[in-house]
Design a protein around this ligand. Structure first.
Ligand SMILES: C[S@@+](CC[C@H](N)C(=O)[O-])C[C@H]1O[C@@H](n2cnc3c(N)ncnc32)[C@H](O)[C@@H]1O
Length: 263
């Protein structure tokens, strides 16, 4: 069974995060820029931004000349409301929907782009089946997601305190590759790591919360993390300061390129 939170908990957490999301989304911007640079020359026609959040990727897609329309999809109503209120491109449309059960017609989308959203989907099979179904034969799927080395410092610091799951778990590269190859051809998964540096452990935790990325796992210790536990975890994390006195937070980023099999 997946340890990921339910779709409704993910939707609630990101809806609550929508207002402050852009102020703390530095990592997300870096990753989205990397994805757009990687794929922008290959995009045209109708493009879906899956897990669009506050619409950063969708806005960039809408400015590409060969792209005729953009469909931004997100499970969090708060994110879609934000996009409707703040992004006024006439050829951008917005929809609240689950990537694992898309209410979108078969063979209707030329390309699907998705930045840092699919790691929230527990049912990979449904996610990739749906993406493939809505894509036209030969259409591209470009995405970024997170690998198991993500937040390894925070995971290690909590392991010094107890055995509960405090940090989201992420799917290994080989498993993603195998799941993608069921529906897609020419599948590639590239890996790189981004390390951000912070002054305080409390800043790291606050930023994850504001991003809607706090731990909501099934193995989480519901409401029972005491100040004492937090102090112990902080003391462990403090031992990771570098020579400049900064605390590392690592993100292992997978960049996916795939082409829809002819169906
Ligand atoms: C880290 S944010 C990334 C947002 C945006 N792509 C960006 O780069 O800024 C992840 C987004 O994925 C959305 N999401 C998570 N699970 C989803 C699902 N099952 N279906 C659709 N969207 C989902 C969340 O609501 C959130 O807005």
């Amino acid at each position: 069974m997946s340890s990921l939170p339910s779709v409704s908990r993910v939707a609630q957490a990101f809806s609550q995060a929508a207002e402050h999301y852009d102020q703390v989304a530095g990592l997300q911007r870096q990753v989205a820029d990397h994805l757009l640079k990687h794929c922008h020359t290959q995009l045209n026609g109708v493009v879906m931004d899956l897990g669009c959040g506050t619409g950063y990727v969708a806005k960039h897609l809408a400015q590409l000349t060969p792209v005729t329309s953009v469909l931004g999809i997100d499970i969090a109503p708060g994110m879609i409301d934000w996009c409707r209120q703040h992004i006024a491109y006439p050829h951008c449309q917005w929809m609240v929907a689950d990537a694992q059960a898309l209410p979108v017609a078969d063979n209707s989308i030329d390309n699907v782009v998705s930045s840092l959203a699919i790691q929230w989907c527990a049912n990979e099979r449904a996610l990739f089946d749906n993406t493939s179904r809505v894509l036209k034969p030969g259409g591209h799927f470009f995405a970024t997601t997170l690998g198991p080395q993500t937040l390894h410092e925070l995971r290690w610091a909590w392991q010094q305190v107890d055995t509960y799951q405090h940090v989201n778990e992420f799917v290994p590269q080989a498993d993603i590759l195998a799941a993608l190859q069921v529906c897609f051809a020419e599948v590639q998964v590239e890996v790189h790591t981004i390390t951000l540096w912070f002054d305080k452990v409390s800043e790291i935790l606050r930023e994850l919360k504001q991003l809607g990325a706090s731990n909501h796992n099934m193995g989480a210790r519901h409401g029972l993390t005491t100040r004492g536990h937090l102090r112990q975890m902080t003391a462990a994390y403090e031992t990771l300061r570098n020579t400049e006195g900064k605390l590392p937070v690592s993100y292992q980023v997978f960049t996916i390129s795939a082409r829809n099999k002819a169906n």
